[in-house]
Structure formats: structure tokens, C-alpha cells
Design a protein around this ligand. Sequence first.
Ligand SMILES: *Cc1c(COP(=O)(O)O)cnc(C)c1O
Length: 383
Amino acid sequence: MILYGKQCISDADINAVVDVLEKGNLTQGPKIREFEKAICTYTESSFAIAVNSATSALHIANLALGVGPGDRVWTSPITFVASANSVLYCGATVDFVDVDINTGNMSIVSLESKLIDAKSKGTLPKVVIPVHLAGHSCNMAEINKLAKIYGFRVIEDASHAIGGRYGDHKIGACEFSDICVFSFHPVKIITTAEGGVATTNDPELANMLMMLRSHGITKEQNSLLRPNEGDWYYEQHYLGFNYRLTDLQAALGLSQLTSIDNFTARRNTISAQYRELLKEQPLDFIEPLSDCFSARHLQIVKLHDESSRRTIFDTMRSLGIQVHVHYFPVHLQPYYLKLGFQEGDFPEAELFYKKIITLPLHPQLTTEDLNFVCSNLIELLQQ
Ligand SMILES: *Cc1c(COP(=O)(O)O)cnc(C)c1O
């Protein structure tokens, strides 16, 4: 099977994990801080809070920004369900902003017109969560401009995008957002098996995120509300969670991070080869903004003739090519239909979904794999 995505685990990665196993501290050891510092350095952010998944990071990011019952949060319908679910965990209301059909990313035009409408009705969002589909950054400068005008905060769901750049800044630098979230699930750019991280430049948000990932508890002397009763003493200030990453995972993440630029370079090379091999075909590529470097998490192509998608998908799968579709629009999930969303609510997202297919893309994909994928796809497109 040629997988659509796959982790790259080196001997150094294995040794890093074994080293932690042999030395003791399996969780909450020194590797967590080291990993967080390395993420800060790499992403050019001030704070990084490592957690057990990007879903957890999104949940506590919403909470840290004060999202709760009565609040509204908007995200993209073309994403993994977690971007939207994280809002519902907080008891808030989620809504979607339609995408730009050329990129699958949140449309700035749709966002602005939805904001104008919401302002007139008194239903403005507290937070907007743009999603960098396939690793291609959303237009963050424009989102930030609207955030200032309409008074909302911004969480980047950059689960696909670590290793990428928006203009001069690393994704994760939070130049135009309050918090940025990455995923380290095995299909993503680097992995900790399960895991995620939230970056921010705001010390108060960082403190809140840190407390929420571990039961809402603090041991920091200058945060204590009561007299310190001794070295055993800690205080719970909020209703937090156990969202901690283990030291084993942090050691794996630290080791993986040393290869990230090789991974994204290889992904970009393969993606360019796909564009070359498929340039005459009746399909379009989704491309990053001109001044951005994409981590190229997913190789999404948009078929001109959506009626051929199902046959192409099924035939490719039967040939051992694990094509995929990213994503079925979240608002059409049965759970979300029950919340009142309907077909037709976000027409660009629905049309985008019908046309897309994800081709295999990961650093270990060989030229032979690539040629096999492309020759079969071309044959199917000509039927
Ligand atoms: C993978 C992913 C998530 C969730 O990541 P986990 O680490 O598995 O919780 C959230 N949003 C997007 C866009 C994703 O692709």
C-alpha cells in the first residue's frame, strides 16, 4: 500500500525514546521543557505549551481566551472535526465561514461579509479559528485587520503547517494571532505519536494554558492565593484537565524537530514533481499564497469533473494507492446537521469537497511510487 501520509522514524528518534525509558522520568520530566523551548526557538514564539493532542490544545486555547456559554466562535468547514468540536467543549456556539474554492482556506471576502452581517445583528464572534489547509497559510494579515476592526481573537489551527512560513515569519510566531496550535499525530509533519502544542507571545495566555493542561493547578510561588504551606503545597484555581504530554513523547518530538526542514523540503520536492507530471491533466492544484512557504502536509488536487471522483478513488485504492479526501465539510456531519446546519449553508466548501482528492505525500515516497500514482491517475482521468 502506498500510504497518503506516514511518519519518518530514525534511529536517533528511537534512541531518544529509549534513553528516557532507561533514565526514569516518564512524564513531566525535563524533556517537556526542552521540547517546548525548541518549539519556541523554531517557531520564533515566546511561549510553547506541549499537550497530548492538537484537539486538547484547541480546547484549552478557546478556554484561555475566555470562550464559554453564550460566546460564538467561527472556523472553516473544510477541516478535521476537532477545530469545531473544541468550541462545543467550551459550551459555546460554533459557526463556519465559507472557503475560497481555489485554496480551501477560509475566504476573507466571506469572513468580512459575515462579520458585517453579524455586527448588525449583534452576533459577532469572540474567536475565529482559521485552518491552514494542507500547510498553506491563510491570509493572516487580512484576518488580523478584521480582528482589530470587529474585536475578535484569533487561534490558528496550524495542525498541518509546522515548518511553514507566512511572509517573513514562521507559522507559530503568532505575528497575526493570539495562539497557534500544531498537531504531532503520525500523519502530520513531525510526530510525538499523539501530541500537540500551543504557541503564544502573551505571558498571561501562556500561564492559563499551562494551568489548564494540568488540572488548573499551580505551584508557582507568586501565583499562590493562600499562604504556601510547604514544598508539597499546590493550588487549584481553575477546572483544568490532564492534557499533559509524556517525557517519552517530548523526547521523540525533540529528535523529530531536528529533521523538520528536511521533511518539508522533501515534501515540497515531491509536490513539485506532482505538478510537473500532472500539469496537462484536467485538474487543479491548490497553491500557497505567493509569499508563503508551505509545509505541504497534504497533496490535494481538484478534479475538473467531479463526477469521476468516486471511480478514481475506488480504483486507486484497489491498486494499493491510499488516496484520501480532506475533508468532508464539518457542517454536513450528522452531529452538526442536528445542530441546525444544512446542505447549501457553505456552497464553496461543498463544491470544493466534491472535487478534491488527496494523493500520497510523505518524505519516504519514492520516485517509483510517484510515477505509479501519476500514471494510474492519468489513465483514469482519460477514461
Ligand atoms: C489532525 C488535526 C487536528 C487534531 O489533531 P490531533 O493532534 O489528532 O488532536 C485538528 N485540526 C486539524 C486541521 C487537523 O488536521
